[in-house]
Design a protein around this ligand. Sequence first.
Ligand code: SF4
Length: 325
Amino acid sequence: MSEQPILNLEDVSVTYKRADRSKVTAVSGVNLTLNKGEILGLVGESGCGKSTLGKAAVGILPTSGGEITFNGTKVEPLNRSMRSRELLKLQLIFQDPYSSLNPRRKIGDQLIDGLLNYGVDEDEARESSAHLLERVGLSRSSLTKYTHQFSGGQRQRIAIARALTLQPEVIIADEPISALDASAQAQVANLLVELVGELGMSMIFISHDLSVVRQISDRTAVMYLGKLIEIAPTREIWDSPRHPYTKALIQAIPKPDGKGFLPLELPGDVPDPRLPPSGCRFHPRCPVAVAECSVREPQMAQTDGRWSSCLLNNELRIEGSAHVV
Ligand code: SF4
């Protein structure tokens, strides 16, 4: 894996209006870089903004601040038919393949769409699609079938094949296995890892399941209430998490023997993103919070070679007024 950036998110925020007209900042000032050949895991509890960030990164959702560039090209929220060929090299795989596959059209017709749009001959497009279906573990006869004729795992394989038709360089997989049963989860996760390596792609793998992210990711980024709060090589995150929230997430992972699932040992739920807590957003739930945490917002900073956003790790430690977490 190189350290050559392919997708760069700089100070990205995403704000949207709810039906009741209240504004929600789902993503706030996120800086993130995906390197060529890298698998980056993006984790956090439900509602932390990780899926919103993934959709913004491929231009499906508009940003309210910051800039996203892919191979140096600015990513802008355009619909699929208006996207430049370059930006089609950036593809999203959804949690629920039903949201990206049309149940009324044959699989083959859906797979060849993108290729036909770019002038590929129909026979060639069908042959290429059949080859992709075989590569994801399905028979070429799947071309003439409909979505409802497949299991959940098979549908996700079809969605992956569809994303691959335009030979993407970056895949953003948004909870791609969370709707599948346990055996299909492992198979689809392994398939994605194989394809990333084989086709020289890079991937952001969004998941609330840190145990899967641990197995497949080179680096892991952790989000809490719209903010990135820690990022590091996955082994470092696993062996020595720095942020108190990351520590709690790791404690909540089932043990390898399958026993002793620990609930997330934090008081309360994720706060309402319309009214994020003052200071550090995590302070109402943080087991080691100090008085300053409720009034001072920590910044993402590097201390001892580790990036995290915690006053005790960075600001207060540097000022010599707090112990190290
Ligand atoms: Fe906990 Fe304070 Fe660090 Fe936030 S800044 S994670 S509240 S110790």
